[in-house]
Design a binder for this molecule. Structure first.
Ligand SMILES: *Cc1c(COP(=O)(O)O)cnc(C)c1O
Length: 419
């Protein structure tokens, strides 16, 4: 096998031409600003698509999550003094196996993330571990839960548990635009939700994101905060801290053009997933789980190697080594082999409880709680599910512009690691 002449990527933007029409219109009408028709249209389409009443178009999903957290904090604990966060010293239950942007905004507002372990059957926040967390900390009032790789778990159950305990839910649907749970769109389960148009997401504006809510006051507040929190006065009048988080009308043109291709992108992502599933059949591995009642958007195709087919692999904070054994492999070998052939894979998100910066934070699993546990695995059952999936899992190249022939070669490369 020869290396690919042009690199096979994990996930890159797929443009269609309509995007440029809306960008051009912004240019021609001189709405080269954070005001304009494209922004209004993105807000209309994003809300409609996610089955929420209001969307606020922002510079990125991280900004949207920040304003979700701020809105939740003020609703729960009142408006803080100017130089304090809205969650100062408060525990917040957060997804553990996710991108750190899910919960960094909790820290921006002075909150203390408590990590909830992952459910082995869905790779999303474990409802059982969340219940356990509420037993330990009944006074917690906020949960931040992300969908992983576009394959939702039972976010409906997570929402019900939050309701039962009088807690608010922030849904980070950055990876799950267009995915559904029992026919309801991801992004519609949170009291406040966020979606992303980052360059590698299923649709993109090159960057950008939206805050979603059914509460008009929250939407208006978020819009105000995102434009420097100006009061209604003839001059620049300020009563609270503001941000420069608004989406640009140029970026909004790209997002606006992309939305009509969301369903097509999902269909193509699904075809990539199914080609992997069929092509890798018979090997000691599983693809990302599809939870009953959910319809993923198939953003990233991932695989996890069966435990008895794992060769020895050690990873510290910055490097990875493995020892090859016949018929056994590990994520490091597969990722290095893909790279050798000019293809891009990626390890599974390293769980937050394993990150040096969150070393001292609590981590709650089905079977108990603790701190900074890595690779905690008990004979006969998985203790730390997140560490286990991280140890054995990886993301495969999932770009929808990859041809069937190219994907077949990727499949052969993966197969070669199991020899
Ligand atoms: C990409 C991503 C984000 C951040 O999105 P940006 O638009 O880049 O800020 C947040 N959460 C998750 C789970 C993501 O995958």
């Amino acid at each position: 096998m020869k290396p690919f002449e042009s690199k096979i990527w994990l996930a890159t933007p797929t443009m269609h031409g309509d995007e440029m029409k809306y960008v051009q219109k912004a240019y021609d009408t001189n709405w080269m600003s954070t005001v304009g028709e494209n922004i209004n249209e993105v807000e209309r389409i994003a809300a409609e698509k996610a089955e929420m009443k209001y969307a606020v178009a922002l510079s990125c999903c991280t900004a949207a999550l920040h304003l979700c957290v701020k809105a939740a904090g003020e609703r729960l604990y009142g408006r803080p003094p100017v130089s304090h966060g809205a969650l100062e010293g408060k525990r917040v239950f957060c997804s553990d196996m996710t991108f750190d942007a899910t919960l960094n905004p909790v820290v921006y507002e002075g909150g203390i993330p408590v990590f909830i372990d992952t459910e082995a059957d869905s790779w999303n926040m474990d409802p059982v571990a969340l219940e356990k967390a509420f037993e330990l900390y009944p006074d917690v009032k906020l949960v931040v839960s992300a969908e992983l790789y576009g394959f939702p778990g039972r976010i409906d159950l997570i929402r019900d548990i939050c309701k039962k305990h009088g807690a608010l839910l922030i849904e980070d649907a950055a990876e799950a635009t267009g995915a559904t749970v029992f026919g309801k769109q991801c992004g519609s389960f949170g009291d406040y939700s966020a979606v992303s148009y980052n360059g590698n997401k299923i649709i993109t504006g090159s960057s950008g994101g939206c805050l979603l809510t059914n509460n008009i006051e929250v939407a208006n507040k978020a819009r105000k905060w995102s434009t420097q929190a100006r009061e209604n006065a003839p001059w620049y009048q300020h009563e609270e801290v503001g941000y420069n988080y608004r989406m640009s009308n140029v970026i909004a043109g790209v997002v606006r053009g992309q939305y009509s291709y969301l369903e097509e992108h999902i269909a193509r992502k699904k075809a990539v997933y199914e080609r992997y599933r069929d092509g890798l059949k018979g090997l000691p591995l599983q693809m990302n789980p599809i939870t009953d009642g959910t319809e993923p958007n198939f953003w990233l195709s991932c695989m996890i190697i069966d435990r008895d087919a794992m060769c020895k692999q050690v990873r510290d904070d910055a490097s990875a080594l493995y020892q090859k054994e016949p018929k056994k492999t590990c994520p490091t070998e597969i990722l290095e082999t893909l790279a050798k052939y000019n293809a891009e894979g990626r390890p599974i998100w390293k769980p937050m409880h394993m990150q040096p910066m969150y070393r001292m934070h609590e981590f709650i699993t089905r079977s108990g709680s603790g701190r900074a546990m890595t690779n905690a695995y008990i004979e006969g059952g998985v203790y730390d599910v997140g560490a286990d999936i991280f140890e054995r899992g990886l993301c495969l190249p999932s770009d929808i512009k990859m041809t069937a022939e190219e994907q077949d070669q990727i499949i052969e490369i993966v197969k070669s690691c199991f020899v």
